[in-house]
Ligand binder design. Sequence first.
Ligand code: TXA
Ligand code: MG
Length: 354
Amino acid sequence: METRIIAINKSESPAAILEKLSQAGRIIRQGGLVAFPTETVYGLGGDALNPEAAHKIYAAKGRPSDNPLIVHIAHISSLDRLVGGIPEKAKKLAQAFWPGPLTMIMNKSGMVPYQTTGGLDTVAVRLPSHPIALEFIRQAGGYVAAPSANISGRPSPTEAKYVVQDMGGRIDMILAVDGNEGVIGLESTIVDMTVDVPMILRPGYITQAMISQEIGETDIDATIFDAASDKAPKAPGMKYRHYAPKGELVIVEGNPEDVVAYINQQARLHRDKGEKTGVIGTDTLVTKYDADIVKNAGSRSEPLMAANRLYTFLREFDDEKVEFMYSEAFSNDGLEQAIMNRLLKAAGHKIIKV
Ligand code: TXA
Ligand code: MG
């Protein structure tokens, strides 16, 4: 299949951008697939109300079809038709965090095909804040099912070039914006609103503390941090090994000097065997690592930078053919919790405490 790559620049006139988005919208309404930017990661969009489109999305990603899709809307009023009743707490969270990087799970209405929800009676809904995403969803008819626009198992794409790498030749169109400034870089926070005490199924930029401040008590799915748990995660997609680079990634936790010493020792051992090593570190430590490639995740006081760059680092390590990767650990607080969650998944939960 030939994929049309449509570049969208900030300097273009609103009319020129609208014309492009209207073409993209037409593709969705005709049952095709279009990748589009959001404030979290690029999405791979299809008509959420068309079972055939869901089928095409699973095929393009190489994704198991029991893994449900998020339905993206552009107006809060679209929610009524998707769900069978909006819980009061969901109204509060929508008020506080939409448009934005929050996905809520509610009981689905008859309008949403089971192909979109992976056979579940619930549906995940998100109202993104990215202006291109919003206009695209409107042009597409208002209901766009979209997983992240990566091949299943690879890091989610935070830049257009990675969407082209993964989806080129597999879908009808890619809406490619310049750079990824202001992009969060990790997928939305997912909260299950179908239970009395809403439960966070995937941590993200909207933290548990922020959510609890609006609606009181919340839970967090314990399987997120406990690799040894024999329970299945509540978000079916969280059970798959994700974001995995081709080489081996290990997270190293401990006080900074010990972390640096351990990683440098490992890098030396690898070097002696002719193996290439990469490190993800924060700004006060990066100059201390003696590895082949060292990535700077920025300051711990501004974790948004690490979030924005993490998936790019993992993809760059692949391109640079790095065989062994080490990353500093992040905390279990605020946005760092989401970063650590994705790192743990990428590392297959390999963590060394020094
Ligand atoms: O930021 C995001 O959420 C991005 C952008 C494109 O909006 N989308 C995204 O979609 O990350 P995806 O498909 O890569 O991840 C969706 C996750 C999966 O883990 C899936 O299992 C879970 O949401 N999910 C979707 N519907 C669900 C449902 N009804 N119940 C439980 N989990 C659900
Ligand atoms: Mg994904």
